[in-house]
Design a binder for this molecule. Sequence first.
Ligand code: ADP
Length: 161
Amino acid sequence: MSVVIYPGSFDPFTSGHTRVVRRACRVFDKVVIAVAEMSYKEAMFSLDERIAFARDAVSGLEKCEIIAYNTLTVELARKHNAAAILRGLRAVSDYEYEAQVAAANKHLDDSIETVFMMADPDLAFVSSSAVKQIAAAGGRITGLVSPMVEKAILARYFPGV
Ligand code: ADP
């Protein structure tokens, strides 16, 4: 059985993430979405909220599992018998960071591959931070995130509206 780990902060889960997971389900037998606890980075949403958003977004996909993690990604991959770590690439700007992380993971465990999925062009501009910036400035984020996430973001920026 081919298992892949899809790690991220998912703060929050976007339609870009959902698309990557859908596509990965066509390639792998099981996709483990690993939501980072992130003690080092300030998140807008709590771990529980970020997990709930991911769960809602992929609810129809049977091959998916969602977990929280605060360990090394390679350790997590070993624990779940995953042969690979999945990451998305949107622009050239993603490449430098992702190449460095992939090299570090290779150094830590040579048996685990990192596989990259190119963003679909229609969602290549979507990132968690872009969605938050658009919403904060009063822009429309419908379709860029699930209705559940859209509601949660708007409630954060415009409470009581
Ligand atoms: P991190 O904080 O670990 O970078 P993110 O939650 O921002 O995690 O993203 C998780 C993964 O999903 C990353 O590999 C990122 O490049 C990828 N990703 C994010 N948005 C998109 C998108 N629109 N299309 C394809 N991949 C994406």
